[in-house]
Structures are given as C-alpha cells and as structure tokens.
Design a protein around this ligand. Sequence first.
Ligand code: UDP
Ligand code: MG
Length: 316
Amino acid sequence: MNPARLLLVIPCYNEEAILYRTYAKLNTYYNGIKEQGLIAEDSRICFVNDGSRDKTWQIIEELAAKDASVIGVGLSRNFGHQSAIMAGLEQHVNDYDCFITIDADLQDDINAITAMIEKHREGARIVYGVRSDRSSDSWFKRSTAEGFYVLMQKMGVPVVFNHADFRLMDQRVLKELGNFREINMFLRGIVPLIGFKNEKVFYSRLEREAGETKYPLSKMLLFAWNGITSFSTFPMRLVLYFGFVNFFIAMLIVVYILFSFLIGRTVPGWTSTMLPLTFFSGFNMMALGLIGEYIGKIYEEVKGRPRYIIEKIVNE
Ligand code: UDP
Ligand code: MG
C-alpha cells in the first residue's frame, strides 16, 4: 500500500506567539513520519489565517518562503474556527488522500497523528482524536466542556465525547462533507453524521504553550449554543412540553375562578390577577425568544452566503 498523501490543516487566529514553535514541532514530526514511509513525500502543511490582526500572516508567508511544503491560505476577515478549517480543507480536496485538522496551539498531542494514520491504513475513513486526560485544562474549562458533551448527547446530537477538532478524514469523507451546505458548520456534530468506518485515537491534552485561548467564556457559550440550536430542535420541544403543563395549570385556574364566581366569592383580587399574568407573559416571552432563535438560524442559512472568502494563497 502506497503511503497516503496527507494534508495537515491548521486554523490560526492571532497566533503569532506560538506559530514558529508549532511549525518547528510539526516539521520535525512530519519529516520523521515521511522517513518511516507512513505518509507520502508530497504531504504538506496548510496554515489558514483566519483574519488575524497580529503578525500571523507574515509568519505564515515567511515559513512558506523557506519551506515549499508549507501552504498559506489567508481569509479576507475573521470567519471563525470552523470556517477556517473548511477553507483549508475544501481548497485542497482533490490533491490529497487524507486530511488531519489540528489547532495551532498543539494542545492536541501531535504524536497521535501516527496512530491516526495507522487506523486509516487499516481502513478507517474517519479517525477522531479523543482527549483521555484533560488535567492540563482548568477545572472550569474541563467541567463546562464535559457538561457540553453530555448535554449534546442527551439532546440527540451524535458528538464523540471529548473529541474536538483534531481528526483525520479521507478524501471521500471530505467530499461528502462538502455536501453539507450550512454556514454554521458545527463539525463535531456533522462529521459523525457522514458515517463510514471510523475509529478513535486517545491522547492527553497538553497545555497551551504560548498566547492565550481564543475561546473566552462568552465565545465558548456562543459556540455551545450554536451547536445545540443548529442541531437539535429539542429546546423547542421542551417549550411545547412546558406549554402543555402551563395550559393544564391555566385550566385549573379557570376552574377555580369560575367556582369562586359561582359561590359568590368574587372579591377582585390583585394577587390572583397579577400572579398568572406575570407568570404566563414571562413564559410567553421566553418561548417567543426561543422560537426567534430558530427563525434566526433559518434566516442565516436561507441566505446561502459563503462560509468564508479566501483572499490569498501562498505556495499553492
Ligand atoms: N481560531 C480560529 N478562528 C477563531 C478562533 C480560533 O481560527 O475565530 C483557531 C485558533 O487559532 C486555534 C483554534 O482555532 O488554532 C482553537 O482555538 P483555541 O486554541 O484558542 O481554543 P481552545 O483550545 O482554548 O478551546
Ligand atoms: Mg487551544
């Protein structure tokens, strides 16, 4: 079996502090597995600059000038992590046999790449990198992340527990992925929907060596929220359940009011007016907001805007 032509895709947003180090590590590792005959000589590394405001793009250009195996893809603005990954992948779908995506900070252990390629050679079309040890993450990050995976699974989204965007996909899978046309590409939820033979590779998550997380709490929450609402209509069904319960309670209150009227106890009560009024109008607002959220999603998708815009490419 010929070694696979591998493309490593790395989304980068304001990563000047770590890019040289990342490149140096990857380059050494890459040369090692090329020598072992695990991947083809013309395997390459693609850095996608997601509209960084620091020197990320200059560094990518510099690396590309020195090393012909480095490809740089520059987006016209910040499109977000998932879109940056898609840009790097889709741009090269026909040129490589398999693709691995990994974050620029190398918090995901690159040594797992060997195992991923071996699983691919054994016939897996998708190999998920799974963090078996997250002790390097803060307690807060770890528990929110784990809560997120549990919640997603409970809501019927087929995410792989503790798998982020460190994964191998082969060309066939990537072609199928291209048929998912939504703008909100929540890859952790979409890739398992593609099917085919898949495997997992376990590794310990490492510390971010430099620079800071590009996912502060607000962005993390937004990411989780997007993941849930673009994949599951469960929150909407929940509203329906609440609606039923509320309707039932309202009926009891109506009976109570009628009964009070019939026995002549019709003292106009402020509490009995205000209480249900407040409760139900509050609930209505919440339900409307939630429905609005889904309509917003429809609105976004219906426009069919591009997921990303590529401004420039070096070493194509
Ligand atoms: N990233 C990106 N665009 C963004 C935000 C992040 O391309 O708008 C990249 C970032 O450079 C990194 C990866 O996505 O390579 C994951 O981000 P980060 O490591 O900050 O997230 P964390 O590991 O803390 O969840
Ligand atoms: Mg990270």
